[in-house]
Design a protein around this ligand. Structure first.
Ligand code: GDP
Length: 197
């Protein structure tokens, strides 16, 4: 089956977004670190499966070792199904993503979000960054340009609208994301068609 995967740190609003995308009741908040298996949902409007992968990051009561295991599981899953994954969606919290990336950047460390972005793209998976919680961001363009910079994409962000999708999942404002995902799905379908010529 054709598949779209969602990855991201915990608490970025992945469950809220899944609910918006699918109309399914997805447990939000809840006990952190409990949902560690991939969840599959059908995205009604399009013919593919949407997979919610476990969130990564600080979870109170969850040990470092277990967190690393979650990350390893996500990486393994994506590697195993890379051929079927048409689009990767990396969900980030627009309000905190720059601070978090900068805090975790160092000579020997790559922040999770940056790592996942490059990991997906290196596997040849077109990747959209869903920049959520934009309702909490005042300096919108500046923030999105900074994010481009951290991801190694040349600002301004406006030229990356297939890759950078500012959204507010809580209010159901997710058009930039669905547009970007559709673009990649149609590209994939077109490439598929071109194989025959
Ligand atoms: P998950 O851990 O990534 O699945 O995150 P959740 O979907 O459980 O959301 C974490 C928190 O962020 C909840 O309190 C949500 O209500 C909140 N949240 C989700 N989307 C938005 C948004 O677009 N704007 C704001 N301000 N809060 C949001």
């Amino acid at each position: 089956d054709a598949e779209v995967v969602l990855v991201g740190r915990s608490n970025v609003g992945k469950s809220t977004l899944m609910r918006e995308l699918t109309g399914h009741a997805v447990a939000t908040g809840g006990k952190p670190g409990v949902t560690r298996q991939p969840n599959h949902y059908d995205w009604a409007a399009e013919d593919f499966v949407l997979t919610d992968l476990p969130g990564f990051g600080f979870m109170s009561g969850v040990e470092e070792e277990r967190r690393e295991q979650i990350k390893t599981d996500v990486v393994r899953y994506v590697e195993e199904y890379a051929e079927h994954i048409l689009v990767g969606v990396l969900v980030v919290d627009g309000k905190s993503v720059i601070d978090i990336i900068d805090r975790h950047s160092g000579p020997d460390s790559i922040p999770y979000d940056v790592e996942m972005f490059h990991f997906l793209r290196d596997l040849g998976i077109p990747t959209v960054v869903a920049v959520n919680k934009m309702d909490k961001v005042d300096d919108r363009d500046e923030r999105l340009d900074d994010l481009c910079d951290r991801l190694g994409l040349h600002p301004p962000w406006k030229q990356w609208q297939d890759t950078i999708a500012p959204i507010c999942a809580k209010r159901g404002s997710i058009d930039p994301l669905t547009e970007a995902v559709r673009t990649h799905l149609h590209e994939a379908a077109r490439d598929d068609l071109f194989k025959f010529f």
